[in-house]
Structure formats: structure tokens, C-alpha cells
Write a protein that binds this ligand. Sequence first.
Ligand code: NA7
Length: 555
Amino acid sequence: MKNAEEFDRDECFDAVVVGAGFAGLYMLYRLRGLGMRVRVYEAGDDVGGTWYWNRYPGARCDAESLAYSYSFSSGLEQEWEWTERYATQPEILRYIEHVADRLHLRPDIRFGCRVSAAHYDDAAGEWNILTNRGDRGHARVLVMATGCLSVPLVPDIPGLGDFSGRCYQASLWPHEGVNFGGQRVGIIGTGSSAVQAIPMIAKEAEHLFVFQRTPNFSVPAQNVPLNPDFVEQFKAIYRAHRHFQKRGLTMGFGDTEVVPRELEPGADPALALSMSNEAFAAHCDGYWKSGGAFFMMAAGDVLIDEKVNRRVVAYVHDKIREIVKDPATAEALCPRSHPIGSKRICVDTDYYKTYNRTNVTLIDLRKTAIERITKTGIETETEHFDLDTLVLATGFDAMTGALDRIDIRGAKGVVLRDKWRGGPRTYLGLMTAGFPNLFTVTGPGSPSVLTNMIVSIEQHVDFITDCLEHMNASGVDTVEPKSDAEEAWVAHVNDVASETLFPKGGSWYLGANVPGKPRVFMPYAGGVGPYREVCEDVVRNGYRGFAFTSRWTGG
Ligand code: NA7
């Protein structure tokens, strides 16, 4: 813990970055490279962002480790040894800590500081940033690297505060871990976090009760230890793999092929529809067995064609029925209310199989809703479940949540929350008009959460760095998007989303999980390759859509 006198500082920087996860760390490194004096404010007590906070049992990345890592340094990618196809949270955190050490990043980061306000001073042309610990930072450039899933949602269930047992939020897990031995545990939620945690908790708990409102689609990770020979071959052509991640059709997830695949992505949807049921099942089996989110590539553009989507849904339902022995539990686990892929697909290890354990019970809240949480457990419309421990895996206020919680005021005192009342409005997900020199890494309006986040983070950080370098070279000090460019981009993001099945998902992509949040499809569904080309074209055309000015010349 830091001494009080270490805080309450008033300091000037060239740039302030908020957040020390993957995005903030790489941003710091690049800004330093421009010779800028930088301060990073981070709410956690160390680096890691998402991977610092999300320590629940089973927490693991759904992108393969060889692809879910920085590409900017060949030295780094060659020296780091991933041990599994899908890295666990502790391993990813060790990697981030290694990067912070290797690049000597920590001295520029103020830990345990949550930014509460950022106000633009029109006269001075700088941002004034305030933290909850009393730090005041002043900087011309402000970069929000605040993460897309960094604000946990506590469910609005009556009586939550009355529970006298232990209660944990999946995304705010205690560092010392939790012992479930001999415990009757209840978990609320069946999203990605719960799908990873449930098999692990079930192995330890006396009994696990899973409270499911909406079932999700989950595909097996087919996780394996990485074979050193395979890794050596992979690393020998890392550049080619990175190129494919950044430009290919796989949303940045890459082509790691730890488990050999029988088919290429992008199979013809017409073919998928013309196959017999047996042939289609055999075709999908290849993808199911090779594992991971690549399954979404099994039948062409499954997020465009509703018929193809329904066929893949039927295949997954059959898989669930094949794995889960109790027919009623299997039916309750079959998702029916959204197209597959319209919510981020879960990637699991033994999720469905866990329901065959005698110490696991699924409670279908669509049949019997939770009425309240009591001192001793959960009361549904039909039953009371006595619990020792409660786990909330109830998701996040995604993409805009972290920005909404900071009092951000741009030029002329305009409040970002007000500007975004009807949904976020950005140009390329990088900036928003009226907020000079304020950048968002993987902000709404960019591919962001639909992708391998590190691919998208690196692209945005490189874009911001190049833009600032361009400004230095051109003798200008202020940039913001033009309103018409922003309007056109917002319309384009909506148009692209409306051509897909994404809006039918009712997901956090749409803000549908947060009461009162406007339903706007927030990420850009056009893909990482095409989006990168748009950004490159913008730069080639003199940063089309951005306005540059200089406070000194007014030009
Ligand atoms: P998600 O995917 O948003 O899942 C949250 C889960 O919590 C989901 O099953 C919700 O059901 C459930 N939930 C939320 N509130 C309630 C209440 N009040 N009662 C019952 N159930 C509730 O969050 P995750 O953390 O699992 O995953 C987020 C992302 O992190 C994931 O996509 C990966 O990219 C990594 P609902 O669907 O709303 O009926």
C-alpha cells in the first residue's frame, strides 16, 4: 500500500494513458518511443487489466496463446514459451508482467489509482485528469485504454446483501483463491466466465447449483499442452502467422492449427445447405474435434445466412444431447433464443459433461425465476436452495461502461455521457468529435470485442502513435474527427451490423444486458482485415475525416 503523501500530486505530462492492461502497456511503450513524457493511471495494484482482475477458477483465454500475444517485438515472441494451446489466466498474467519488466514499464505507471474525471481545458488545450487518490495530471493527449469488459455487473436481485455466506464476483476474484471443499455452491450466470468456472468448481464443491437464465453455445477448446517441435516450427515463420492474423478472415484469431483441421475457413454456405444431415454432421465434426472458436467457420458465413445458422444450431443441440445424459437437463442447456455466434461463442473444457456429475444441478430460471436471495441461499418461484457460497458470473457493462463511469468533458464542457446518451458515436472507434486529442483503444465502432483483442489493440495503438508522429511532423497539436465523418462511420457500423445476425443476439454487444442502456450494436462487424484497410486508406488520404489544428497558429 502506498503512503498518502505519494498521492495528491499535480503533474504535467505529454500524454496520459488510463489502464495498464495489454492496451495501456503497449501504448506507453510506443509513446515513450516518440520521446513523450507519459503517465499511466491504473486502478489495480499491478499490470494486467482484464487478466489482473479475472482470477476465477478455470479463467483462460478463448484465443490460442501463440496468437494471443504481442506481435510488435520479435525478441519477445521468440523468447516467451507458452505451455498450452489456450493459456490460463495465471500464465497470461505472468506474460504481461514479463513484458512490463522487460520494457521497464512500471516506473511510469501509478497503480491503485482510478481516474474519476478528465476535463478538457479549451484555453490551455490540454486534458486535466483527476484520480480517486487525489492525483492531478495535465496532458495534451489522453488515451483511454480502459478495456471493454472491465466494469462488472452486479445483478439487481432482491436480498443480495442479505446473504450471510461467502459471495464472490467472478471478475473480482480474491487473489488468494477460494476453497470450495465441502461447500454447497450456487453460481448465477452461464456466460463465458461461468462456462469456464463451472467444471472447476464442480470438481471441488460438495454440490454445485447452476442458476441459468439463458443457455449459451459452447464448443470444446480441445486444449492440449504445446508440443515444443510444433512451437519451434511455428516460431520459425511467426511473421507469416501474424500477417494472416492481421489480414485474414478469422477476426484475428489466426491459423495456429495446434490440432490439425480438415477444412479451410469459409466453406460454401450453399454446400452446407445441400448436404444430407449425416454429411453435414460429419463435416461439422471435423471442426468440433479440432476445437475452439474456429468452429464458427464450419459452414461459411454462419452469421449472415439464417438457414445455415439454424443448421449449425441443430448440430450443436445434437452434440449437447449426445454428451448430457439426463434428457431434461440436455434440453434446458440447448440455446434457442439466439443464433449461434450472435453472442460470443464460449470455448470450454468439459462444460456439458459436468452436468453428468451427481453433485451438479442445473436450475432453469426460465421455468422458475429467482425471487430473492435470502440469508441462507436462493429462493426461486418453486424452491429454496441452501448455499454456503454464492458466485456471481453475471457479466459486464461492456465497451462503454468504463468510459461512462469517468466524468469526461470535452471542448466547451460537453459531457461524453450526454453525447453518447443514445449510444456511442465515434469515428473508427478511435475518437469522438468534440473531444480533442482523446483516443480510445478498441473503442465502440471498431472490431474490438469481436476479435482477438491483442490484434485490434496493436492496430489501434500503432494508428494513434503514427497520428501523433504525423502531427509532430506537421507542426499541429490538436486532432479530432469531423462530425460528418463520424456520422457516416456510425451509419456504416449500423449498416454492416444490420446485414448480419448479430443484432438478433440480445447480447452485451448491444448493451442488452444492462437495464436502461441504449440498444446499439457497438463493435464494427466488418472484420479486422477490411477495417485495417479502411484505416490505412484514411491515413493515405491525409487522415481523411480528421481535422488537425494548431493552437499557436490557429491553422
Ligand atoms: P456474460 O456473457 O454477459 O454472461 C453473464 C451471465 O449472467 C449470463 O448467463 C446472464 O444471463 C447471467 N445473468 C446476468 N444477470 C442475471 C440475473 N439477474 N439473473 C440470472 N442470470 C443473470 O458475461 P461473462 O463474464 O460470462 O462473459 C463476458 C465475456 O468475457 C465473454 O463473452 C468473453 O468474451 C469474455 P442472460 O444471458 O442475461 O439471461
